[in-house]
Ligand binder design. Structure first.
Ligand code: URA
Length: 197
């Protein structure tokens, strides 16, 4: 498992599949505990992540860490990654082609880690993984698609200047980990949106 993720990491580091490889400083593979029950999926690396090669280490990352800590979870316990692994210039939203070109890396991360649930952070991840939009309307919801569970919440970057959203993020993260305990105990959980049905 560790070796397989290390292979993906190397492939991401060396990736030249799209033009973002020409403008990046570093590509940003996923990072964290590969035994995690949950994978957090953001949009794309920002400036700090591009400079360091690690996901969610800037202000948005700090917001995520705080929300996790308040729920009693440390970052090291979970796995964190992005829809695309290189920073788009000026932090623009990644194009559909960039997302499609990059999607195998995330698919591989998910296939190896086999998380009980994927935490979808914000609209780009929501749209890329589930075809959704307007995540603030759907946040806190549990989705099932092709036998994979997803939990929807707002992007940590959106909470930086919005007190309401940081409260929502924190509340959602607490709900997520309560849910994970229920899943571990094989409790039946209520699916809000079922793409499989
Ligand atoms: N925003 C993201 O979506 N991902 C990061 O890694 C950092 C900021």
């Amino acid at each position: 498992m560790k070796q397989k993720l290390e292979n993906i990491r190397q492939n991401v580091i060396e990736c030249t599949k799209c033009d973002l490889s020409k403008t990046r400083t570093n590509s940003v593979p996923g990072k964290g505990n590969f035994h995690s029950d949950v994978i957090f999926v953001g949009e794309a690396p920002g400036k700090n992540e591009d400079g360091n090669g690690e996901p969610f280490i800037g202000i948005a990352g700090k917001k995520l860490s705080i929300a996790l800590e308040e729920a009693g979870i440390s970052r090291e316990e979970v796995y964190i990654t992005n829809i695309i692994k290189c920073r788009p210039p000026k932090n623009r939203v990644p194009t559909v082609i960039e997302r499609e070109t990059c999607q195998d890396y995330l698919k591989q991360e998910i296939a190896i880690i086999k998380p009980k649930i994927i935490c979808v952070l914000g609209n780009t991840a929501f749209n890329s993984l589930l075809g959704g939009s307007e995540i603030t309307k759907f946040r806190g919801k549990i989705v099932r698609k092709e036998n994979q569970l997803y939990f929807l919440t707002v992007h940590p970057a959106a909470t930086i200047y919005n007190q309401k959203l940081i409260t929502m993020l924190k509340k959602d993260i607490v709900k997520l980990f309560d849910l994970i305990i229920e899943l571990k105990n094989n409790k039946k959980i209520k699916i809000d949106i079922d793409y499989t049905a």
